[in-house]
Design a protein around this ligand. Structure first.
Ligand code: URA
Length: 198
């Protein structure tokens, strides 16, 4: 069994916060282990909690559409969340839940060592861009420690707010260039505190 699959077993048995009581299924994440690109959402919703898979509800269908717009299929990328269990009524994750779950995402990224990390929504952005706001930094990439981090609005937010749809579609179209950058086709200057525009 691969180290990632072993990690899934640990995540599936996690009892580190109160969400263990209310969840139906844990949603560790899924995708090829050798992918260069990882998408990180917020937390499972109702559909994900039922199926144990990330982004399988309406937000997931929109994510599939966004991936399709850049010639990617969901099976070609890794998809996971900051929080592995559904908060009741889809409420925002609590700070204690985020803290309890943090190690799982850290370990996933360590094992996957992606070249490009796309954050979906505020909670995922906050994990890599503390102190920033999504309205300010969506669609702006930053390279740190050899990895490009790229914040997008959450697909669910875009589904509820039509004005965000064109923004998330346009931001998504920049991913192929970032991927090429990340895979070393050309140089993106490494300036940890500065966001690079594409
Ligand atoms: N929203 C998320 O952030 N993650 C999912 O898996 C589904 C919806």
């Amino acid at each position: 069994m691969s180290a990632l699959r072993e990690l899934y077993q640990q995540i599936l048995n996690c009892q580190q916060c109160g969400l263990a009581e209310s969840r139906t299924k844990v949603v560790p994440g899924e995708g090829p282990e050798d992918t260069a690109i990882v998408f990180i959402g917020e937390a499972p919703g109702w559909h994900e909690d039922q199926q144990g898979r990330p982004f399988v509800g309406p937000a997931g269908h929109f994510l599939d559409e966004l991936l399709g717009s850049i010639g990617l299929k969901r099976g070609e990328v890794y998809i996971c969340n900051v929080i592995k269990c559904r908060p009741p009524q889809n409420r925002d994750p609590l700070p204690a839940e985020i803290k309890a779950c943090q190690k799982w995402l850290d370990l996933q990224l360590e094992l996957l060592h992606p070249k490009l990390v796309v954050t979906l929504g505020r909670y995922s952005m906050m994990r890599f861009f503390p102190g920033e706001t999504i309205t300010k930094i969506h669609g702006k990439a930053r390279k740190q420690g050899g990895i490009i981090y790229y914040p997008l609005y959450h697909p669910a937010a875009a589904l509820h707010q039509r004005s965000l749809q064109e923004i998330i579609r346009a931001d998504t179209l920049k991913i192929p260039l970032l991927l090429a950058e990340a895979e070393g086709a050309s140089e993106l200057k490494e300036k940890p505190q500065q966001l690079s525009m594409f």
